[in-house]
Design a protein around this ligand. Structure first.
Ligand SMILES: [Zn+2]
Length: 393
């Protein structure tokens, strides 16, 4: 008389070698092939770290692509230990594998024991729709979109440059956006700072920016810093971000940011605007020049834009901010040639762009030395700011 299904499984399990999750946990980093034989949807919901995936239905056709050596130790698992027992039986008795075990209790027991699991990142159907135009370009694709969703980008300033940068990075799906700004929305901002609105005049810029970002893409987490960046807080604020976007409007903060970002090894996408002219570069510490290699000393005070109110064409920060956002996305997904060691200058009136090559300065007071050699006292060293502006008359 033929056995029932459950009797058959019981017999197979008595004939194969079973191993406890604790023992599997102990050999995770060894040269043992851990193979998950569950269905694709089960694997996608979470699996044992480092596990390779061969659904039981494809075992015979795909196992050679995953475990080429039949003498290699193989541990199979499924959800409960039944399918993996049957798969182990196939590998041993039909395919001649020599050292195969099945994990008792499967993935369920593994999780119950509290061992680490890997939840593979996959886009939800809504994300596939939202980012479908990114998925269609190979330079971004699903992998690049995941990188954007996992990226942490810090925008210094929610003003002219910070507005388009953070709006477009939010739309593009950068998962975490930090915003540092101490100001409130003012009527005179609205000619160019498109992240803010007339009904939010008087509201803190970080709160106003967060509202607009959430309205465009609720997936984006906004981290707000309602403060002025200074020597006492800069290291704490900029640590842990992947890319810094420099939209600050004054030289002392620029120098301070440069020195802190070199110490921390963080890339800075920097832009500056005045009148009809904009400049853009990417400072990647030790890979290319830093801001001080380019501007060893600040410009003459009378030319320093931050000493008073300066005019700017309303669309110019939009143009330059979107070039910044573009460089950020390229850095995150690893596509194209970032603007490292190059200074792009845009003249809106003439409608011309000019590019200058910029080299690392071997005598640079900051990046010619190791990060550990740069002291707190040296960071952001700059002529006294009040005196600097007073000299401008
Ligand atoms: Zn330098």
């Amino acid at each position: 008389m033929s056995p029932s299904g459950s009797e058959y499984i019981k017999t197979i399990r008595s004939q194969i070698d079973e191993v406890d999750p604790a023992d599997v946990h102990g050999v995770l980093n060894d040269s043992v092939a851990i193979v998950d034989v569950r269905e694709t949807e089960e694997f996608a919901r979470g699996h044992v770290p480092g596990a390779r995936h061969v659904p039981r239905g494809y075992l015979e056709s795909r196992i050679d692509g995953v475990v080429a050596d039949r003498s290699q130790r193989v541990i199979l698992y499924c959800a409960s230990g039944q399918r993996s027992a049957l798969a182990a039986n196939t590998l041993i008795n039909e395919l001649g594998f020599e050292n195969v075990q099945s994990m008792t209790g499967g993935y369920t027991l593994w999780k119950d024991r509290g061992y680490d699991v890997v939840i593979p990142a996959t886009l939800t159907p809504e994300q596939r729709e939202r980012y479908s135009r990114h998925l269609l370009i190979p330079e971004v694709g699903e992998e690049g979109q995941q990188k954007l969703l996992n990226a942490k980008v810090l925008c210094l300033g929610a003003g002219g440059l910070g507005s388009p940068v953070s709006l477009y990075l939010a739309a593009a799906g950068v998962g975490t956006l930090g915003i540092v700004d101490n100001d409130d929305v003012d009527l005179s901002n609205l000619q160019r700072q498109v992240i803010h609105t007339t009904d939010r005049i008087g509201v803190a810029k970080v709160d106003s920016a967060e509202q607009s970002i959430n309205a465009i893409n609720p997936d984006v987490k906004v981290v707000k810093y309602r403060t002025r960046l200074d020597a006492s807080n800069i290291m704490e604020i900029i640590s842990g971000w992947d890319v810094i976007v420099d939209g600050v409007d004054n030289f002392p903060t620029r120098y301070l940011l440069n020195d802190a970002s070199v110490r921390l090894g963080l890339p800075v996408v920097s832009a500056a605007i005045l009148g009809f002219e904009g400049q853009l570069s990417v400072f990647s510490p030790y890979e290319g020049p830093c801001y001080r290699c380019l501007f060893r000393v600040p410009p003459p005070a009378e030319l320093a834009p931050s000493c008073g109110a300066n005019g700017v064409l309303g669309v110019l920060p939009g143009t330059m901010g979107l070039l910044q956002a573009t460089e950020v996305i390229k850095l995150v997904v690893g596509a194209g040639d970032p603007l490292i060691g190059r200074l792009l200058m845009y003249d809106a009136l003439a409608a011309t762009t000019t590019e200058l090559k910029v080299r690392r300065d071997p005598q640079c007071p900051i990046c010619s030395r190791e990060p550990s050699e740069i002291s707190d006292e040296e960071m952001g060293v700059f002529p006294d700011y009040e005196a600097f502006c007073a000299a401008a008359g």
